[in-house]
Design a protein around this ligand. Structure first.
Ligand SMILES: [Zn+2]
Length: 258
């Protein structure tokens, strides 16, 4: 009788433990179902002197395709340095394409352009136009082939303020008009300016990226939500990189990718 009682007791104990373990497992985060971000490195303009790395970061979950570009102008350091950090991101949704050194030879030589007058004037200016050369063709093909939804192009300028007499746009976010683009562009500029104590250093919101630029062509020809982001090269490099990254992160957060 004693034995039977202890067997029943053990059985009940095991049952309680089983229920406890089972419910604990159920309550745990479903790690197996979470996004598994993976990065593939591709070479664009392969076999030419313009060959450069494109990082394709896939979340494994459907969502927007975002492209972040640095180094179109090789002497705009914060742009390609920030993009180089973004290439190591993992994401939770959609696809992130990062082209840290769009004009790799110009970055190596630390000059604005190399292999053309200005890469950011070589993209189509209308739907009937084509990119001007090997580099612009290779970059524009990425935007087309991956069906990019959002594009951020990282640049730098010589001044904090917009100077009317010159082409200087100052610290700014220059977007191609679209309601959604304007919404996030306004948020980014407002948020960055909160931390800036000297008003002439404030970021300004401008529109219409210059004709022939990657942002302009992507928006006008392919309907991509596009903007150029410009920091001022007079500031500390670490500050400029952090502005670039903050803008990129805000875009990715807005799209629930990060
Ligand atoms: Zn530039």
């Amino acid at each position: 009788m004693q034995k039977v009682r202890s067997k029943v007791y053990n059985f009940i104990l095991m049952l309680i433990m089983g229920v406890f373990i089972f419910s604990t497992v159920l309550a745990m985060p479903h790690t197996a179902q979470a996004a598994t971000s993976s990065t593939t490195t591709k070479i664009i303009a392969q076999g030419t002197k313009y060959a450069t790395e494109l990082y394709v970061i896939k979340s494994g979950v459907p969502g927007p395709v975002v492209m972040i570009v640095g180094g179109i102008h090789g002497n705009e350091t914060a742009g390609y340095k920030a993009a180089d950090k973004v290439k190591d991101y993992s994401i939770e949704k959609g696809t992130l394409l990062v082209l840290p050194q769009a004009n790799k030879r110009a970055v190596a030589a630390h000059t604005r352009s190399m292999g053309g007058a200005d890469l950011n004037r070589d993209f189509p200016t209308s739907k009937s136009d084509k990119p001007d050369n090997t580099m612009s063709t290779a970059i524009f093909n990425v935007v087309k082939e991956y069906n990019v939804d959002w594009l951020m192009d990282m640049h730098e300028g010589a001044n904090y303020e917009k100077i009317k007499s010159s082409s200087s746009v100052g610290q700014s976010l220059i977007y191609y008009p679209d309601t959604q683009t304007k919404t996030i562009a306004t948020k980014i500029v407002k948020s960055l300016n909160v931390g800036i104590k000297t008003s002439y250093k404030d970021f300004t919101l401008l529109r219409y990226p210059v004709s022939g630029s990657l942002a302009s062509a992507s928006a006008k020809v392919l309907g991509v939500n596009s903007f150029i982001f410009e920091t001022c090269s007079k500031d500390y490099l670490s500050t400029r990189i952090s502005y670039q990254l903050k803008a990129a992160n805000m875009l990715l957060n807005y799209l629930q990718m990060k």
